[in-house]
Design a protein around this ligand. Sequence first.
Ligand code: HAM
Length: 418
Amino acid sequence: MSDLIQSVRGMNDCLPEVTDTWQAFESIVRDWLRRYGYREMRTPILEHTGLFKRAIGEVTDIVEKEMYTFVDELNGESLALRPEGTASSVRAVIQHNLLYDGGKRLWYSGPMFRHERPQKGRYRQFHQVGVEALGFAGPDTDAELIVMCADLWRELGIAPTLQINTLGDIESRHRHRAKLIAYFEAHQDALDEEAKRRLYSNPLRILDSKNPAMQALNDAAPKLMDELDEAALAHFSALQAILRDNGIAFEINPRLVRGLDYYNRTVFEWVTDQLGAQGTVCAGGRYDGLIEQLGGKPAPAAGFAMGIERLLSLMETGSVTLATPAPDAYIVHAGEAAQAFAWQAASALRGAGLAAVLHCGGGSFKSQMKKADASRARYALIIGDDEAAAQQVTLKPLRDTAEQTRVELTLAIKYLQQ
Ligand code: HAM
């Protein structure tokens, strides 16, 4: 069996049982987004590599070492499997001039690809639901994005906690960056390799270091908070006021900087300690400069994305289980006339909106009943030649001890629909 081809490391199959749960989750999410007035957008999984370099930043982990890129040999273009959805959304919004008549509330869902080291909750193909509010500048939009998440968590029976921070605007970030570089330059000897490499390219990310040896140095580093201008501070406190008004608990985490370069002002993450190391189930923030940076007419924007795999594992620890669909009836038949009538019955059930599995492959009545049981169907719909002659069916409940009954097909359908 050594030549058996398996799935690519870090990329998972979604088997029917899991897919049932995903679909239940997706329909909750779809309805939740509809209620908030967000509309779905679908963009290609492949984009020009340059899009992500420009949007996410050349000196980020995602662009430096996690992107699946390849050269299209037919035309020499460098393409990338999308590692996230914000860059593609903004590209599409600019390309199709979607903001011509004002702001847009959009969402998307689908696979994203990052060449990370796989572990529980961290995959190379994973799935996000992303939400982007484009063309809106105010803290009310940031608050809406957060409040709507809290709403969804309630519905899903989970309770991740909210961390927020502000990164200020471009000028304050420049001031902070200059101070950080000066500070780290003064402590060159204490820097690890990664910090040295990032010193001039992306000093803010040094603060994100997981290296315990860097903690004390990072704790004493100049704080962005001290550089923020009044407008950004007012934005941040207005956001907090709306969150308080809506009963949303939060923690301000000044260390929250995010791994993508496009953010300014508000950033936030929903985190849990129940999933081990990969505890961020949803993350996002404001990215007012990105539309212009990708060639569009300047317009503010904010959004977030949640990791579906992580949310579903968090749900497994909670109280809500998603209903997974089972057939309404499994149709058992024995005899030639019975088989012909069974096909008609199946078609009539489906025409009435019921889920009917028609037994295929023959076999004894007993073995067909075993299959009916295993199908998780609510009822076995039994047809022998007798029933067929009378255009009737026998309905046998499979999930409780109620008696079986023999009725006209039309009556059986009415019964199953109740
Ligand atoms: P992100 O923080 O890179 O942000 O990813 C968002 C979420 O996707 C994470 O919080 C996590 O739940 C999930 N995720 C990320 N990487 C993996 C992985 N390797 N395996 C499993 N789950 C993962 C973004 O992608 C931004 N585009 C969010 C955003 C939208 N910001 C503004 N708009």
